[in-house]
Design a binder for this molecule. Sequence first.
Ligand SMILES: Nc1nc2c(ncn2[C@@H]2O[C@H](COP(=O)(O)OP(=O)(O)OP(=O)(O)O)[C@@H](O)[C@H]2O)c(=O)[nH]1
Ligand SMILES: [Mg+2]
Length: 380
Amino acid sequence: MSRPGPNFAVIVPTLNERPNIEELLRRLAAALSGIRWEVVFVDDDSPDGTADLVRALAQLDHRVRVIQRIGRRGLASASIEGMLASSAPYLAVMDADMQHDERLLPEMLAALESGDLDVVVGSRYMERGSLGSASANRQRISRFGTYLAGLVLSADLKDPLSGFFVIRREMLQEVVRRLSGIGFKILLDILASASRPPRLRELPYTFRPRHAGETKLDSVVAWEYLMMLLDKKAGRYIPVRFVLFVLVGATGVAVHMIVLWTLFRLIGVDFGVGQALATLTAMTTNFLLNNVFTYRDRRLRKGQLLRGWLSFVAACLVGAVANVGIATYLYAGTHAGWIWSALAGTIVGAVWNYAVTSVYTWGSSRGPVAASAARPTGRG
Ligand SMILES: Nc1nc2c(ncn2[C@@H]2O[C@H](COP(=O)(O)OP(=O)(O)OP(=O)(O)O)[C@@H](O)[C@H]2O)c(=O)[nH]1
Ligand SMILES: [Mg+2]
């Protein structure tokens, strides 16, 4: 006999959260009794086998679902895919580690259902709520992040960086093609992508300590946050990945000069040899930096690095030929000034390198699920 679909879906992005899954399910089941709910775990192929465990539990309970993403990373993009994989008209996003209070979910859902709201945010900042025992340093960083959020957000929210919220389906579908999908801050991404002021409410709760497992926060999270803000501000005009790619390219110039100076001036190596080695070194550092910063969400790992490096070097060599060819043509053929000729060649080379390596080096051909777009906009 057929059964109606869920009214409420809880999306839980996971990375190595195996020890938290069963406890979270118990708590969700207790908190959501009387509601037609489902939970969608979006797991980025956790080495600890989180997805396997969820699949086993899903065999015992049809309300439990899993999406296992291969070769992909990112809390925000995982949340987006989880929400799109459910048919429920009301969607929640929460962490797997019990820091978000699941007992608040029915109240959040009821607030949305009663009518005039698009998003209800579980807020860590209001009078009755509290940050629990989060460390002072984290609070300072968080406050600065909240300040930066104000730069892309028109709505007045106390906790725009909250990872705990409930959203009406229509609101998601309205913004989904404009989302950046970069980094950790999916709520801010959604709110800043709205073309009209979203109707919001904040409900306070006490942020609890992580239940089990380890934090996935690292220094790159701050970097990704800035990328997301940049994408929200300027992504319409220029892809933020291209900006990063060019910045990395600039570090490559410095690396090149240092290596050439060391080999040619200091050690006395032949200039041509020095230039070739400096080029290869700069290409390699560019490749590694782009792998960590520009393409963190599609980062190549151990076994993939050699193939990635080879394709990067091959693309850049062709780019260099195009660069020199165009610059030479402009300089000799059209008598453009040398600076303009060099600049035009460099821009064409950079765009070529970016376009080709985004497809062949960090392209999405590395796994069955990877073909589905991480970023619904298809940008970057
Ligand atoms: N799918 C997916 N989930 C992620 C990724 N990074 C983090 N997560 C999950 O997102 C949630 C939040 O991550 P946490 O490490 O708890 O981040 P946090 O709450 O800011 O930090 P802590 O206070 O130390 O727990 C957890 O459920 C993680 O498992 C990712 O790259 N992909
Ligand atoms: Mg956490």
